[in-house]
Design a protein around this ligand. Sequence first.
Ligand code: TXA
Ligand code: MG
Length: 334
Amino acid sequence: MSFNTKILDANSPSSISVAASALREGQLVAFPTETVYGLGAIATSAEAVAGIFEAKQRPTFDPLIVHIAERGQLGDVVTHIPPLAMALADAFWPGPLTLVLPKQSTIPDLVTAGLPGVGVRIPAHPIALELLKSVGLPVAAPSANPFGGISPTTAQHVMDGLNSRLPYILDGGPCQVGVESTVVSFMGDHPILLRPGGCAVEELEAIIGPIERAAPNAALDDAAQPAPGMLSRHYAPSTPLIVMARNSEAVSIYGQKCGLLTYGKQPFSGSFVRIERLETSEDLQTCASRFFAALRSLDSCGLDVIIAHEFPDHGLGIALNDRLQRAACRSCDG
Ligand code: TXA
Ligand code: MG
């Protein structure tokens, strides 16, 4: 299906109700969250949700996160919440944390790729919350980019990737967190980290104790993946990307048009066509909020290669390093 995609300014009074009506009618609407923009559809309608997979060209083995406005809606999505999951919800919702919990039968199998668990979160973004309240139903939303590409942190990024594949993009300005939510599964006998993200894993562990890390899953087959966000190649620019160890000198490659993605006082030398320095200190929150936009801008310069400095291995740095590794992995799953 082809649309004349419209960007709705979230500050103008009718935008939320236009977006909410479109969702209720089964259409797709991209909307801002604190992490990245989501591509939303009513989660209880398999037909509406199918539109997400079509617009993103996303394989159906990759499950979607369901968004709700308040705790009262949890019962519409999951059958129960174990105490440790409840403790995390108490501490971090609304926020960049997705909990995978046993799904209600009203959530179509397409949403969870046939898995018994559903990912659910309450986003911490006033526009997202207003929209979800106005819709009154749970909304399934992956990041609003073509499958495997760089997640969008502005309405224009969504337009660049999905123009004509959806009727509306709700523009609430740039996303503050900038990396996707942390995903923790409670489907086994102990919690498992499926994806590091906007909620630092140390902060989660401070509340519920150690969280096992899921093994990286490089295989791409047609069985449902425990967390397809863990596909080795994901969040990928089309330009090859090389990751440099932290504090080692990034040097341009002779005869190649090189771009640099760096931060703080990380050392570099040589001749770079373009340099994206995320932050002059090493504030990881600021780095995260600018990361995907910087990667996109480097990817659009016709470079031969992007050289990127690794981040410190704590807090949001863990999520950023995870995205860098996936962006760098060109041969893992094509
Ligand atoms: O911050 C975010 O999480 C954003 C915003 C829009 O909320 N959404 C997002 O969705 O990043 P997506 O589809 O790009 O990534 C969702 C991740 C994938 O790794 C997916 O496999 C995992 O969450 N996931 C979703 N449902 C799951 C489930 N039932 N079981 C295991 N993993 C699940
Ligand atoms: Mg995504």
